[in-house]
Design a binder for this molecule. Structure first.
Ligand code: MN
Length: 204
């Protein structure tokens, strides 16, 4: 059975960029609900409970049709939130290493990547996620996905992700998604993103 991963930092530690109440509700209520619904969907399929979620989401055709929509939504909700919590750290961090060079090459500089992701996040209609991913050719891509869809389904590896659902920012930012997106960079956990990048390159 899937269970809620603990946060590596306290709920109030991303203040003032993300408020404590949002973090607490987001983690203990929203994320937990996706896990509960995923477990319910997998109840009758013990062999799928043992499979890594990444592999199910990368090829949903292996998932029985009766639960495919539920696994796509709630499984994606579980995995995306897990990646999202790890993508943040109190006080933020600096982009370094091999990924810094790749970001400079693909987007000019870090500000170029930030503008790209902010713009993709702002233009995205409705709920979803905005991502920095790595494609099969080893190129960095900025993209957004609807609902809880994963870039894994398109063969791309998630590196960095921000949550575009209103529950992620509404208490503090209300309708100002652009302000939330711009502010969020203050809490990005680059060392984790760099590790994901190096792991993806190593396995590619
Ligand atoms: Mn969320």
């Amino acid at each position: 059975m899937h269970s809620l991963p603990p946060l590596a930092y306290p709920y109030d530690s991303l203040e003032p960029y993300i408020d404590e109440m949002t973090m607490r509700l987001h983690h203990t209520k929203h994320h937990q609900a996706y896990i509960d619904n995923l477990n319910k969907a997998l109840e009758a399929y013990p062999e799928l409970q043992e499979r890594p979620l990444e592999s199910l989401l990368a090829d949903l055709s292996q998932v029985p049709e009766a639960i495919r929509t539920a696994v796509r939504f709630h499984g994606g909700g579980h995995l995306n939130h897990s990646l999202f919590w790890e993508s943040m750290t109190p006080g933020g961090s600096e982009l370094q290493g091999q990924l810094a060079a790749a970001v400079h090459q693909a987007f000019g500089d870090l500000a170029g990547l930030q503008e790209n992701m902010n713009s993709a996040g702002l233009k995205h209609l409705g709920s979803g996620w905005v991502w920095l991913t790595l494609d099969n050719a080893g190129q960095l891509q900025v993209e957004s996905t609807a609902n809880h869809d994963s870039p894994l389904a398109e063969g791309r590896t998630p590196l960095l992700v921000n949550d575009l659902w209103e529950h992620a920012y509404y208490l503090k930012y209300q309708n100002r998604r652009g302000e939330y997106l711009a502010t969020w960079w203050s809490v990005v956990n680059w060392p984790v993103v760099v590790r994901r990048y190096e792991r993806a390159l190593g396995s590619g």
